[in-house]
Each structure stands twice: as C-alpha cells, then as structure tokens.
Design a binder for this molecule. Structure first.
Ligand SMILES: [Zn+2]
Length: 334
C-alpha cells in the first residue's frame, strides 16, 4: 500500500514567499480594478505591501492548482480553489478601489510592521488571528468590508493545470468582483457559503476520481485509518444538488459546520477546508487517498472501520507524543 500523501507536519502559511518590495507597486496596480481604480492609480504606499500579499495569494492558488492537477485531482477545468484574504490585505484591496479614509487600524498595522522584522507579507497572516481582528471590530470607513470579506478564487473555465495568477479573481462575500479580468467559478456560492459561516481560510473543490467514485455509491466514508482523524473523522456525503445552486452551497456548508475539514458531494466530487491553502490542498490529497484506501479494501471484503475507542486511543497517543512533528535526537545520539 502506498504511503499516505500527507506530509507529517503541515507547513505554516507562506503567503509572503512571492512578495518583494520591488514588486509591490506592480502588484498594487495589477489588483486595482480597471472599472474602479482609475481614481486611485497610485494606491497609498502603505497599502502596497498588503496588495502585494493579495498578489502572492493569486500566485499561491495557481501553484496549488498545478500541484493538484499533477496529482490527478483536478482534471481540465473541473474544480476550483479559493483563499480568504487576511483582514489587513482585504482592507487595502478594497480601499484601493474607493475613496475611503485611512482608518486608525491601518496606521496601527503599518506601525507594527515598521517596528519589527516581520515586514514581509507573511506577517499579515500572523496578525490576522489577533490584533487586526480586534481592530476590525471597530468602526471602519466605508466601503471597507467586514473582517475576512475578500476572497481570491479561480476563474470559471480556466484549465487548472495551467492556471495563471491573472485567472484568480477577487470578490467580496456577496460575490461582487473587486479585482480581476475573469468571471469567478460557477461554484462561487459554494465557497462564499462556507466563508460566511465558518472560519475556513482556504477551500479546495475537486472532481478527484476516487473521491467522486465513493460519493456515487456510499453515504459516509468511515474511519479506516487514523490519518482520517485530521479530516474530522468520518467524512459525510452531501446529497446531490446541481452545481452552482444555493441548495448545494447550503448543504455543503451545513455538512462542514460540525468541524469537519472535508465533505464528499454525491455524484459530484469533494470539498476540503484548511486554515491555510496548503492545508486545504493536503486535506484534498488525504481525502483522495482515504477514498482509494476504502475502495481497495472493499475489493478484499467488508472494510473494518476503527471504533470510537480506537480513534480516541490514537488521539491520546498523538497528544502525548507530539505525533506529526519533527523532534531533535536525544543528546546521546548526537
Ligand atoms: Zn464541481
């Protein structure tokens, strides 16, 4: 049996890895909507870094799609991926398209960046869980969106194995296009329905072969292997609804509301979440592996799921030993 595809230790968010100071002005210009950006052809310098972060997210989404396509999970134009922008980045993107006044939280954020070494775009991600969120709770000049209100998502009709950053469109939580040249995926509402109700930061939807096959027959993927605990245990199969419909979007969001990181769509495909885009991709790979495992096991007989007690025992050991992370050798081995 091949080893599970999941890396033992998920990598942290790396939205800033493509950013550079030299590229900020270009990124800011690229992200300013042609329809609304003429009055702000030169966004404030302090917004450029966050705009560059948004551009790096577009690059990350393109690379994630290339990876999933290479692994056989994304085929042709079938499937899509998205990332919810961090609050500071979302603010800057939106401010760049309208006459908003600078909010005190923008100033505070910029001051923090200038005071420490984390002045790359990656620092935006680390701030999103703390100070920035708190600041967003206060009054913010219109038309700044609510926290987490901007999503970068793949364009409809794009060949995902060849997706370019330009084929990633920025929308708000109502689906209004903020920046980009291409119409977003037809499953836009599926993504937005999750972002409106759950704290997910990234979503991957595939028509991966094994995941899709499973959802054509069965109603729930049981836990055959303890690695499935990463996905929240058993993976439900959402009843069939046509793609792009509010019924499908509601059913998917509801199936994920109990903390699941994955769900299968009957006679359609799969959806996975992540706190980072990398996690959502890894979860898609893990789900596909788990479905393949079930299908292989079923050729030998009736698959034997882990009992709740066995699952709890695994969790207890994992917590005790720190399973899933690297550890330095003891000194006597050095
Ligand atoms: Zn689909």
């Amino acid at each position: 049996m091949p080893a599970p595809p999941r890396s033992e230790h998920p990598e942290p968010a790396s939205y800033g890895e493509h950013s550079s100071v030299a590229g900020e002005a270009q990124a800011a210009a690229a992200l300013t909507s042609p329809a609304t950006g003429s009055e702000h052809a030169h966004p404030r310098p302090e917004s450029a870094r966050a705009l560059a972060t948004a551009e790096s997210v577009r690059i990350d989404i393109a690379e994630a799609c290339h990876r999933l396509a290479a692994a056989g999970l994304l085929i042709g134009t079938a499937g899509n991926a998205s990332v919810r922008l961090d609050d500071a980045c979302a603010r800057a993107v939106t401010i760049g398209r309208g006459p908003a006044e600078e909010h005190p939280s923008d100033i505070a954020t910029n001051e923090r960046r200038s005071n420490g070494p984390d002045t790359d775009a990656g620092s935006v991600g680390r701030e999103s869980g703390g100070t920035v969120d708190r600041e967003c709770a206060g009054p913010i000049a219109s038309p700044t969106p609510p926290c987490g209100g901007v999503v970068a998502i793949t364009a409809t009709g794009a060949v995902l194995a060849e997706l370019t950053p330009e084929q990633v469109t920025l929308v708000d939580l109502d689906g209004t296009v903020i920046a980009g040249e291409f119409a977003p995926t037809s499953e836009l509402q599926l993504h937005l329905g999750i972002y409106r109700t759950l704290p997910a930061k990234a979503i991957v939807h595939t028509h991966a072969p094994k995941s899709t096959a499973f959802g054509c027959v069965l109603d729930e993927l049981p836990v055959l292997h303890y690695q499935q605990l990463v996905l929240g245990g058993e993976t439900p199969v959402v009843p069939f609804h046509p793609f792009g419909t509010p019924e499908l979007a509601a059913a998917v969001a509801n199936s994920l509301s109990t903390g699941k990181q994955a769900t299968l769509l009957a006679n359609h495909g799969a959806v996975t979440l992540g706190a980072t885009l990398n996690q959502a991709v890894e979860n898609a790979l893990l789900l596909e592996w788990a479905c393949a495992l079930y299908l292989d096991a079923a050729t030998l007989g009736t698959p034997r799921p882990l009992t709740p007690e066995q699952q709890q025992a695994v969790i207890a050991i994992a917590l005790t030993t720190g399973y899933g992370s690297t550890k330095p050798l003891a000194k006597e081995h050095e």
